[in-house]
Each structure stands twice: as C-alpha cells, then as structure tokens.
Design a protein around this ligand. Structure first.
Ligand SMILES: C[S@@+](CC[C@H](N)C(=O)[O-])C[C@H]1O[C@@H](n2cnc3c(N)ncnc32)[C@H](O)[C@@H]1O
Length: 227
C-alpha cells in the first residue's frame, strides 16, 4: 500500500521509516512511503509557503498555491483519499485504521491507491485547499500539536501494521485491543520471565499450560475501552 506524506519538514518524518517494522515493510515492498516537501512547490521567489491571516490575528496560515500544487502533483502518484490531519477533524480510531487498511488489502501490490496525508503547521492551512482537495479531516485526539507530522506517522503506523506481512506474525494484530477477537475490548495484561519480580508473581493460570483456562482468564481480564 502506498502512503504519500506532504510536509514542510521532511527531515522530521523520514527517520521514522529508517528502522524497525516499517523499514522492514518498505524493504519487503509491503508498503511504499514517499515524503514530499511542500516548499518545493512554491512558485514564490523565496519559496514562501505561508502568510498572515485575513481578518488579523496571531500566527501564519499555510498558503494555497504551494500546497494546492503539491497535492495535485501527488494525486498523479496516488489515487487514494486526501487526508488533512487537523484537531478540527473526526477522531482517528482503530475502526478507521481497519477501513483504510482495506485499501491495501483490496488492491494489487503496485496499485496507485493508498493514502495522501497532509501535515499542517502554524495556524493550519487555507480553508480553500480543504474545500477543493481534501476528502477527510482527521484528528488524533483533543489536543493541539505544533504540526501534523506526528499525526501522519500515527496514521501510517496504525494502518500499515494491519497489512499482511508487515508484522512478524500476522496473528499479532488479530487478538489485540479493539479487535473482533476481544469483542472490541482492550487487551488483557501480559507477563514474561521471570515468574516472580520484586515479590510479584505471574498469575498461576498462565503457567498451567492449560490453553482453555488461559483463554478464559484472558477473556475475563480484558479491560473496558475508556469513553
Ligand atoms: C498548531 S496546529 C494548528 C491548530 C489550529 N490553529 C487549531 O486551533 O485547531 C498546526 C498543525 O498541527 C496539526 N495538528 C495539531 N494537533 C493535531 C491533532 N490533534 N490531530 C491532528 N493534527 C493536528 C495540524 O496539521 C495543524 O494544521
């Protein structure tokens, strides 16, 4: 599945894909990630990308031209939805991650269909770009970050790990928080060696080798999602 990330700070985004699971997924061609510098599309002499807001007020707004042209160019590489990460958007959830992972599941390996993710900065982006080119606005939570780079990485990570072959063991994403296997609830506690740590023992049932009892204990120890 293809992910295109548009940002003013590619150097904040790129390192995330240079190690661990997502690097392996890229090397194995399970996902493709392209990071685009919005500034490269500015036709202004000094490659300016922002300006002061009409109506006054503090901060700067990302201007139409560079971003509009950047999105138009990237849409030739990726035919999927254009998503603007914004505190104003709908909340990103595991359900949404599953929905978008289906794009990757339902398209062939070299398909141009994936996700285009726009990272805002400053006060955000000119509303006209949203009106003209954005399909969905998405928030990762009720707080304000300095930019959309962490939200974009959050979305790529959450979606990519649901694609076949991205995690070492595909079963890892089968039984986890929010999954159908746990009936939408949060995961049970995990333990590993040693059996006792600072006087705290691993629950006996997990050492019993009785898979039916272990399954029952795990289901009983799922936790309720917070509202
Ligand atoms: C400082 S924020 C802009 C906040 C905006 N003026 C507001 O009051 O809603 C700059 C950029 O960070 C990103 N951002 C900040 N918080 C976010 C969140 N909770 N979810 C998604 N993106 C966020 C967006 O791309 C936004 O354009």
């Amino acid at each position: 599945m293809r992910f295109d990330i548009l940002t003013l700070f590619p150097s904040l985004v790129q390192p995330y894909f240079e190690d661990s699971i997502l690097k392996r997924a890229i090397d194995a061609k399970k996902i493709t990630v392209a990071v685009h510098n919005i500034r490269d599309y500015s036709t202004e002499r000094h490659h300016k990308v922002d300006d002061s807001p009409y109506g006054g007020g503090s901060g700067m707004v990302m201007a139409c031209q560079p971003l509009y042209d950047a999105i138009k160019a990237v849409k030739k590489l990726n035919t999927g939805p254009v998503i603007y990460l914004s505190p104003v958007g709908q909340r990103f959830t595991q359900k949404k991650a599953l929905e978008w992972a289906k794009i990757g599941l339902n398209t062939h390996k070299n398909s141009k269909k994936g996700l285009i993710l726009i990272c805002g900065r400053y006060e955000g982006i000119d509303q006209r770009v949203i009106d003209l080119l954005v399909d969905e606005e998405l928030s990762i939570g009720d707080f304000v970050l300095t930019g959309g780079e962490l939200p974009a990485l959050t979305v790529v990570d959450a979606v990519a790990r649901l694609l076949p072959g991205v995690l070492g063991d595909d079963k890892s994403a089968h039984e986890e928080s929010f999954s159908e296997a746990l009936e939408g609830m949060l995961e049970y506690p995990h333990y590993t060696k040693p059996e006792t740590f600072k006087g705290k023992k691993v629950p006996d049932v997990l050492l019993s080798g009785n898979h039916a009892l272990i399954k029952k204990w795990r289901m009983e120890n799922r936790r309720k999602p917070k509202s």
